[in-house]
Design a binder for this molecule. Structure first.
Ligand SMILES: NC(=O)C1=CN([C@@H]2O[C@H](COP(=O)(O)OP(=O)(O)OC[C@H]3O[C@@H](n4cnc5c(N)ncnc54)[C@H](OP(=O)(O)O)[C@@H]3O)[C@@H](O)[C@H]2O)C=CC1
Ligand SMILES: CC(=O)N[C@@H](CCC(=O)OP(=O)(O)O)C(=O)O
Length: 341
């Protein structure tokens, strides 16, 4: 298959390019982007550390639809919906890493992303691509957000089994800096990030409505969650620590059994009750490792869900969705082992 990729000069675009280069079903990858000089027809992208020295050509939907079989957008929210329109109109396969088509309600998108939303009719054509739970039902895959992936995978079994008080869910999520993309800001300055922790977007994070929308598929009575995000001084990795009150007495073994049953056929999900996962177990992989525990003294279930934000949280899950959309084995070209330290 021939792939079009927009956004290869960004963090998740680079991760995606590397995965696709090793995919046995991929015959060629055409890179498209916005060129910095209008007078040039193409630019060369040189990323020495990744041994990427290749051409980026100007984004042109007609060329892409004639030459390629599917397009991946690793472009910012607000940009993607502008670029994607002709592909949606033509029902051309799209895998979109941005948040532009995840929320079904345009008013909710505008409220949380502070940008104009895509038309509701286009939003309705997108399949939310949390690969462990959804099979593609359309040609437009809205790849989930990184925090949303860790949180939904960590919470869904509790909602499905009805063992927790729906009003009691608290998620304390932490992310490495690559989650914010490559653009430097005052808050991403080394002096600010190094040896520091910084909570941000408290009660205003754009993944809150995405998480609630998707968790309502497991229990439609869920109204809200308490969700907070903290920047931590690591390159990549997300840890979501989830707390919820049990409605009746439980044991850690019972909670573990819920998760093991839910994820028994899911190759990227690993459940443990004896050891809480840390970031280094998943960085460099498409895995989501989940630690489960129950505290009878406070009747609180504690779940720890960790992913690599650039892989399971972005490019890896995008390839997982590509595999599902085009009937390759789900694990094709996706790493499952860490560097091991
Ligand atoms: N980083 C992460 O962990 C995750 C990111 N995402 C989402 O994936 C998308 C990409 O994120 P990330 O890689 O972090 O972002 P980066 O900021 O690192 O990269 C953005 C990319 O988009 C390109 N771009 C920007 N504007 C345009 C445009 N108008 N036309 C064409 N290309 C454009 C940039 O090109 P140029 O270099 O030329 O400016 C760059 O290649 C975002 O929507 C993000 O929310 C989702 C989950 C996790
Ligand atoms: C560390 C950091 O800043 N992370 C970003 C996640 C970006 C992202 O994944 O954005 P969408 O999923 O909404 O496209 C943030 O919290 O906004």
């Amino acid at each position: 298959m021939y792939i079009a990729l927009v956004g290869v000069s960004g963090y998740s675009g680079q991760a995606l390019y590397q995965l696709l280069l090793n995919h046995p079903g991929v015959e060629g990858i055409d890179l498209y982007g916005h060129l910095r000089r209008d007078t040039e027809a193409e630019q060369t992208l040189d990323i020495a550390a990744l041994n990427i020295h290749t051409k980026i050509t100007a984004f042109d939907p007609a060329t892409i639809m004639a030459k390629d079989d599917v397009i991946f957008f690793a472009t910012p929210a607000g940009v993607t919906s502008q670029l994607a329109k002709p592909f949606i109109a033509a029902d051309f396969p799209v895998i979109d890493l941005s948040g532009d088509y995840r929320l079904k309600d345009p008013a909710s998108y505008t409220k949380w992303y502070h940008k104009p939303a895509a038309p509701a009719a286009d939003l309705a054509k997108a399949t939310y691509g949390l690969a462990e739970f959804e099979n593609p039902t359309s040609h437009y895959i809205a790849n989930p957000g990184c925090y949303a992936t860790a949180t939904i995978l960590g919470t869904a079994p509790l909602l499905q089994s009805g063992v927790i008080d729906l009003d009691s869910i608290i998620v304390d999520a932490k992310s490495g800096l690559s989650g914010a993309g490559k653009k430097a800001t005052d808050s991403s300055h080394f002096v600010h990030i190094n040896e520091n922790l910084q909570m941000y977007k408290l009660n205003e994070h754009q993944h809150i409505p995405e998480i609630v929308q998707e968790l309502q598929k497991f229990n439609s009575d869920l109204k809200a969650i308490q969700f907070s995000t903290t920047l931590i001084p690591v390159d990549r990795g997300i840890m979501a620590t989830i707390y919820a009150k049990a409605t009746a007495d439980l044991t850690t073994d019972q909670v573990q059994a819920l998760y093991e049953t839910q994820y028994q056929d899911k190759p990227f999900i690993h459940v443990s009750a004896t050891e809480m996962p840390d970031l280094k177990r998943v960085v460099g992989t498409n895995n989501c490792d989940i630690g489960v525990s129950y505290n009878p003294a406070t009747k609180t279930v504690v779940i720890v869900s960790v992913i690599d934000n650039l892989l399971k949280g972005a490019a890896g899950q995008a390839v997982q969705n590509f595999n599902k959309l085009f009937d390759y084995p789900e694990t094709t070209a996706l790493p499952t082992t860490t560097l091991g330290f």
